[in-house]
Design a protein around this ligand. Structure first.
Ligand code: ADP
Ligand code: MG
Length: 612
């Protein structure tokens, strides 16, 4: 996840105070000369280093509980860039206004902090170990949940550090520190038996000193009277630079014999779900409010649900996998989830070898028209070939009282309905998250050479508020190995408002035309489920598009998102981006707002509303 300031030319990343001063000296020491650097104490915080009257001033910028940024006593801003812009116009208590950015020499990237370097590998290992994922399922989880997982890891990163000795006694700590050479500054960190607090043990003048590490009400760590830190690894990194009350600053680490050297894997507790809860509660203390999902439990990630992986990912269950399911393994509820021309969709339960799963059952109307049956079998054959966390999976078909298509359950229902009914509760960032998941699913379809042909908010179903799946493959086609599009012989009952010009003009359908539909789906989502093109009829929409007109941006829609919609509505399919590009673009926007708001577990921002 990029730092929210990484694009700023005057951001130097993780450099020390004295390094910052060196840079300012080299840049001439003019009044109002400034640079921005990562704060070594608070997660997501910065320091503004500047010059006035040949003196240096360093102002810590704290990331607040609500995800905004502020210098102590100053106004809050939605990001570091906005904050600097403000202080360039108004000194508002600083030594002077920001006048001249001290920029990084060309070719020099912001210095990455210790955590930045480990982050990607840790996210991967954390997801692999916590949810026991491999292969594509692992890759998809990384792409879709990196911001949330990073937040979890930040608070446990110390467990994988060589200097962390977990649960050892004071005597054992001394034994370890006294063994071998005893240079000043040799240290280790350990967990104390009593009330699971921590202690720092440090060698100075051949003597070991022990410091208690306190944790305040908001969860911040400090040695008594010392600077406060969000995480233990930040405290250690800081005390390496500065003694800050210790008898000596930390130097050489006394490595834990049981931490393999060079490891990046976090040492995970035996019960991953427990650890998630523990970590969420510390995040909570720090102001990342976990989502109240009824039970007061932490937010459920897609990987925590039963529909992230196929029920057949279990080799035992795979043994029984067949296209046609036995009727006596299927219990059909009277509850109707939805309906369409084909018939209705009912709720049910399907009994497998080891478990019973909730399913949605598309039941064909009892008329036995062969053409209708064939259509449903085609839909089934398409779905049979797909397996992705962001696509509704088919479990199988069942031919009994009527032909039935058995699917994974997505109990949140269609996206458009969900959003229109919960307009006030769902922040924009949540919609970005869901539409990013749709992009992941569509990228998969594109890669497998399938065209959906009916991508619309009504066909995006929700598993929960933070988990979307693409559904309804009734119009979908598998493309031939050498084909880039499907050509329909005759026009049918088509969702014209979602169709690209080449679909309507030449009956040509490709992943590029799905991209056009994705743009319309985005518009629906960011309009909280409104109908596209107002009261226009399908054919009117076509001439509207041919005149070069496009729908306007939904109210409060972030400009980056509207710009992506417009790219999806590129008239010529050759010039339109594919899903690889679309997914990359929405991902980087999604990560950037996650970095800005530090929503982690879900401190959901109304950033765009609060800061127009
Ligand atoms: P149609 O081809 O008629 O549009 P859909 O496949 O879109 O049929 O299903 C119609 C409705 O049935 C959906 O809008 C939704 O409410 C419900 N539904 C379909 N599939 C599922 C599912 N897997 N889980 C939950 N509800 C579903
Ligand atoms: Mg549908």
């Amino acid at each position: 996840m990029p730092d929210a300031a990484s694009h700023l030319p005057f951001f130097f990343g993780s450099i020390s105070r004295s390094e910052a001063e060196e840079h300012l000296k080299l840049a001439g020491m003019g009044d109002g000369l400034f640079l921005l650097r990562q704060c070594l104490r608070s997660l997501g915080g910065y320091v503004l280093s500047m010059v006035f009257n040949l003196q240096f001033y360093h102002y810590p910028i704290e990331r607040q509980m609500n995800g905004t940024y502020a210098i102590a006593g100053g106004k809050a801003h939605c990001g570091p860039e906005e904050l600097c812009e403000f202080y360039s116009k108004d000194a508002d208590g600083l030594c002077c206004t920001l006048r001249k950015p001290c920029t990084r020499p060309s070719g020099v990237e912001p210095e990455s902090g210790i955590f930045d370097n480990m982050r990607d590998n840790m996210v991967r290992e954390y997801i692999r170990q916590t949810w026991k994922l491999e292969g594509d399922a692992l890759e998809q989880a990384i792409i879709s949940q990196a911001p949330q997982v990073e937040k979890l890891i930040a608070t446990t990163a110390h467990e994988s550090m060589a200097w962390y000795h977990s649960n050892i006694s004071r005597e054992e700590a001394e034994r370890r520190l006294y063994s071998g050479a005893q240079p000043d500054g040799k240290f280790l960190l350990r967990q104390r038996k009593e009330n699971s607090t921590y202690a720092l043990s440090l060698v100075y003048g051949k003597t070991v000193y022990h410091y208690r590490i306190d944790q305040d009400k908001s969860g911040k760590y400090s040695i008594p009277e010392g600077t406060k830190f969000d995480t233990l690894w930040q405290l250690v990194e800081y005390l390496k630079l500065k003694a800050d009350g210790l008898i000596y600053n930390l130097k050489e680490c006394c490595p834990n014999p049981s931490t393999p050297t060079g490891t990046v894997a976090p040492v995970l507790p035996a019960h991953p779900s427990m650890s998630v809860h523990r970590q969420f509660s510390s995040l909570n203390a720090d102001g990342y409010t976990p989502e109240p999902i009824g039970t007061g439990k932490s937010r459920v990630l897609p990987m925590d649900t039963s529909v992230y992986e196929s029920p057949y990912s279990d080799p035992e269950e795979l043994k029984d996998k067949k296209l046609f399911l036995k009727r006596d393994h299927l219990m059909i509820d009277e509850v109707e989830l939805g309906s369409g021309n084909f018939g209705c969709v009912k709720k049910g339960v399907y009994k497998m070898r080891k478990k019973q799963i909730d399913v949605a059952i598309k039941v064909l109307k009892s008329n036995n028209e062969k053409a209708v049956k064939d259509e449903m079998m085609k839909e089934a054959e398409i779905m049979h070939q797909l397996d992705n966390p962001y696509i509704v999976r088919m479990i199988g078909v069942c031919e009994a009282e009527s032909l039935m298509l058995i699917m994974e359950m997505a109990s949140g229902g269609p996206l458009n309905k969900y959003l229109s009914s919960k307009k006030d509760e769902i922040p924009m960032s949540n919609i970005v998250e869901l539409m990013h998941q749709v992009a992941i699913g569509m990228k998969y379809l594109e890669e497998k050479n399938f065209v959906h042909r009916d991508l619309a908010a009504r066909n995006v179903l929700l598993v929960n508020q933070h988990y979307a799946k693409i559904s309804d493959f009734g119009l979908s086609k598998a493309l031939g190995a050498d084909d880039s599009y499907y050509k329909a012989r005759t026009a049918g009952k088509w969702p014209l408002k979602w169709y690209a010009p080449e679909c309507i003009l030449y009956h040509k359908f490709s992943s590029k035309s799905d991209v056009w539909s994705y743009g319309v789906t985005m518009w629906e989502a960011f309009s909280y489920g409104q109908k596209p093109y107002k009261k226009m009829k399908g054919p009117e929409v076509m001439s509207f598009i041919e005149q070069g007109k496009r729908m306007e941006s939904p109210a409060d829609c972030p400009p980056e998102i509207y710009s992506l919609m417009q790219q999806c509505w590129t008239f010529k399919w050759e010039d339109r981006p594919g899903f690889v590009t679309v997914e990359t673009l929405i991902r980087s926007y999604y990560y950037s707002i996650a970095a800005k708001t530090e929503k982690g577990s879900n401190l959901e921002d109304k950033t765009s509303a609060a800061f127009p």
